[in-house]
Design a protein around this ligand. Structure first.
Ligand code: GLA
Length: 341
């Protein structure tokens, strides 16, 4: 048995991969044997598509339509096409991993911020450039895009270079442009972390998802799901799933991992138990029709490559595989979860 077969009747199962993973044969064998979806961990973010050299060398020429480079994304898209595996696109608009010069007049960091009209044009042309590239050259591969990532903070719209230049309607504009240029059938997602927390959940529903849904601009809610061993509680997670689901949107779990700093047996059994309870709940919600979960993606393949070790400043063992692509107790627990009636 493997993950993609066990979960086939319910939702796609994916993993994020880096360039290092892509170039490591054993990692790609693991991906193809267990998963039917993947996300580029970094290489399809704005800082990888925006061609710094060209834009900075010729700012007047590229002022409202930034030069893009597709060379970072191509190896991933080529891999997906030759191996018949689907991808999630991540992410078109984010306050991170987007160069500061992109927001500045003449792409000059000392010249102050570009005006609203210029930034709206840059936003539209960036989204058009990326989406038309994948639509024309790699049709049918990307089934979902995270259009906007992490726009909410502290119960309000996060202050960022996007709100500073365009204003609070940048989110709506991003979705308008994404809908305009995406290949028909590609699903558009709003993606964020801590989405089971009431303060964040309620703000996202009222201020982002409902207005976008009304205009037919959003298809799904992305719950990143960087979890801890004791947070959030699964009851809160389930409530959030049901509330997003009640809007009639699809749900993707987009960046799943569970931070755990102890690789000992007992601790890895505890991780397995938490994963099992989580997946039993996901299956339960899906089967009962309370939330249409269509894809669940782990944030990398192997513990050794997880971002959490850097982020948490301590070793982390948060995933289903480690070492030489060996399955951990958590892997068997996630498989086991499909046995619930
Ligand atoms: C956020 C982003 C991801 C990734 C993680 C850290 O969750 O959405 O793309 O950068 O942070 O790895």
């Amino acid at each position: 048995m493997n993950l993609k077969t066990a979960y086939g009747p319910y939702f796609k199962i994916g993993a994020a991969i880096s360039k290092h993973n892509l170039n490591t044969k054993s990692n790609m064998e693991l991906l193809l044997s267990q998963f039917n979806s993947f996300t580029c961990e970094n290489n399809m973010k704005p800082s990888f598509f925006l061609d710094e050299e060209k834009n900075l060398a010729n700012p007047l020429k590229y002022d409202t339509a930034s030069a893009l480079t597709f060379e970072n994304a191509r190896p991933f898209l080529d891999f997906a096409r030759s191996n018949h595996i689907s991808m999630r696109g991540h992410t078109l608009v984010w306050h991170n991993q987007t160069p500061r010069w992109f927001f500045c007049r003449n792409y000059d960091e000392h010249a102050g911020l570009a005006d609203r009209e210029t930034m709206i044009a840059r936003l539209e042309n960036y989204i058009r450039g990326v989406l038309v590239f994948v639509k024309n050259e790699y049709p049918g591969i990307i089934y979902a895009w995270d259009v906007v990532n992490e726009a909410v903070d502290e119960g309000m719209l996060r202050k960022s270079m996007w709100t500073e230049t365009i204003g609070v309607d940048y989110v709506e504009k991003a979705f308008e442009f994404a809908r305009k240029y995406a290949e028909p059938g590609t699903e558009l997602y709003y993606n964020d972390y801590e989405t089971a927390q009431a303060w964040k959940r309620d703000f996202i529903i009222t201020n982002i998802l409902e207005p976008l849904k009304e205009r037919g601009l959003v298809d799904g809610m992305g719950m990143q799901s960087h979890l801890l061993m004791n947070h959030p509680c699964l009851t809160d997670y389930r409530t959030a799933l049901e509330m997003y689901g009640a809007l009639g949107l699809k749900i993707n779990v987009t960046e799943l991992d569970i931070h755990n700093n102890n690789p000992g047996d007992e601790s890895m059994q505890a991780l397995a138990k938490r994963y099992k309870e989580l997946f039993e709940m996901l299956l339960n919600v899906k089967k009962s029709g309370q939330a249409d979960i269509t894809s669940v993606t782990f944030w990398n393949l192997l513990d050794e490559n997880s971002w959490l070790t850097g982020f948490r400043r301590e070793n982390s063992y948060p995933l289903l595989f480690w070492k030489e692509c060996e399955p951990k107790p958590a892997y068997f627990a996630v498989l086991d979860a499909t046995r619930i009636i």
